[in-house]
Design a protein around this ligand. Structure first.
Ligand code: PLP
Length: 448
């Protein structure tokens, strides 16, 4: 780390308020300044190399120096650096991307709406669900059910959907009309003697009971990640999704699949909805859609969702919603090239195969005295550490030990997450797991 008043570190401390960081502590510890990337690796400003076991923020599918994405962005910048989609305007890249996304959708979908972040996408979904209920003449149908430990973003509505205490505490959230049902984590929520299938039944029964308590005709939608990410990489228990969907169908409640982390191969299929047999009415995408080289998110809606929205906008005269950068041409061009590369290089298959190998390596550590559970699917997984006296303390220490050894992971309390780029090789998984194993042993010696 460079020192001195004008170092990058000193200026970061002086001028930059960070996301998801203890702002007071940052004044003392400062940043890790990343300068460049190469495949699944990044390098800091001191030249140290790190394996990015989180693909940035679960997002850099193609690794950190894919020239074709840079070229696609450059070409589009030269051709048309910006245009919008208000007032019937459009442009080639956004038309091509909308068509492409509809063509690969896991279930028949009708339209794509473009936004700039996962939070914005989910916020817009909430608004459109309300708009649709009004259009249908059901103004009472405004409640949305999400899950404890679910993560859907940080804007006012999407942070309300998020089921994590730190996204609500001191922010005066959640807003009205957002309800949370239980997290589908068999490891921590399963009862003594209960099978995984019985636990899934209990999750569906709890959802049913919540719907009955609130009144089925007051519920607009259920939103969930097929595999929970930021809540600690929670893989649904067997039969969970078929049972949950049966409840929703019975009450005619829409299903929103938040595939912000899962879409574009993460679970070993193009969409996690295919992995789990989920049939959503709305499917939300972001992150890996451009490998995060450009901020872009989107969601698909089916005809059932589109039709009333179209009618309501016709009645009012306009769909009074839109972001300046919605469907940005550079983002759309990067997304098209990104998806083309994922298809050409068969990276979804790599996520399935190298992912299965990563899961085997994680499972092999399940017997370590400090590990209570290994879990995951495809190229997303976690090792849950035995908690110490203060929850999250061991996870944070493990994170530091791994970072010092050249692997960037992320601890969600005491769950260490692993979500490497889709291009990762077995040899690189071996390298990562070598550091993980070594770090666990060091943690055991230093244990708080
Ligand atoms: N939904 C899911 C499942 C996410 O994992 C995230 C971010 O991690 C979001 C939504 C929010 O996305 P963003 O950070 O782009 O607002």
């Amino acid at each position: 780390m460079a020192s001195g008043m004008n170092s990058q570190e000193a200026r970061d401390i002086a001028y930059h308020l960070h996301s998801y960081t203890n702002a007071a502590r940052h004044l003392e510890v400062g940043p890790l300044v990343i300068e460049r990337g190469e495949g699944p690796y990044v390098f800091d400003n001191g030249g140290n190399r790190y394996f990015e076991a989180m693909a940035g923020l679960w997002s850099v599918g193609l690794g950190f120096n894919e020239q074709r994405l840079v070229d696609a962005a450059t070409r589009q910048m030269k051709a048309l650096p910006f245009y919008h989609s208000f007032s019937h305007k459009s442009h080639g890249p956004v038309i091509d991307l909308a068509e492409k996304l509809i063509s690969i959708a896991p279930v028949p979908m009708s339209k794509i709406y473009f936004t700039n972040s996962g939070s914005e996408a989910n916020d817009t979904v909430v608004k459109l669900l309300w708009y649709r209920s009004n259009a249908l003449g059901q103004p009472q149908r405004k409640k949305i059910i999400s899950r404890l430990r679910g993560y859907h973003g940080v804007t006012v509505a999407s942070a309300s959907l998020t089921g994590l205490p730190n996204n609500h505490r001191s922010f005066d959230l959640p807003i009205a009309n957002v309800l949370h049902t239980m997290a589908p984590h068999f490891g921590s929520e399963g009862k003594e003697g209960e099978s995984e299938e019985e636990f899934a039944t209990r999750c569906a029964e709890e959802l049913e009971a919540l719907i009955q308590r609130e009144g089925p005709d007051t519920i607009a939608a259920f939103i969930a990640e097929p595999v929970m990410g930021a809540g600690g990489v929670i893989v649904p228990p067997r039969t969970y999704w078929e049972k949950i969907q049966a409840v929703l169908k019975r009450h005619d409640i829409l299903l929103v699949a938040d595939e912000v982390i899962c879409a574009f191969g993460r679970t070993g299929k193009m969409f996690a909805c295919e992995t789990y047999g989920i049939e959503p009415d709305i499917l939300v995408m972001s992150k890996q859609i451009t490998s995060s080289y450009f901020p872009l998110s989107a969601f698909m809606i089916n005809e059932r969702v589109f039709e009333p929205i179209a009618q309501e906008s016709d009645r009012i005269g306009v769909l009074g919603h839109g972001f300046t950068a919605s469907g940005h041409p550079v983002g759309a061009a990067v997304a098209l090239e990104n998806i083309a590369i994922i298809e050409e290089r068969d990276l979804v298959r790599n996520a399935a195969e190298t992912g299965a190998y990563m899961q085997d390596r994680l499972n092999a550590l399940a017997g370590h005295p400090l590990v209570v559970e290994a879990r995951g699917i495809g190229l997303i997984g976690a090792l849950e550490l035995k908690p110490g006296e203060i929850p999250g303390q061991r996870g944070a220490l493990m994170n530091r030990i791994m970072q010092d050894k050249g692997v960037i992971s992320r601890n969600m309390t005491d769950a260490m997450a692993f979500c490497p780029p889709l291009i990762v090789s077995r040899a690189q998984i071996d390298e990562m797991m070598g550091v993980v194993t070594e770090s666990l042993d060091i943690l055991q010696q230093q244990m708080p």
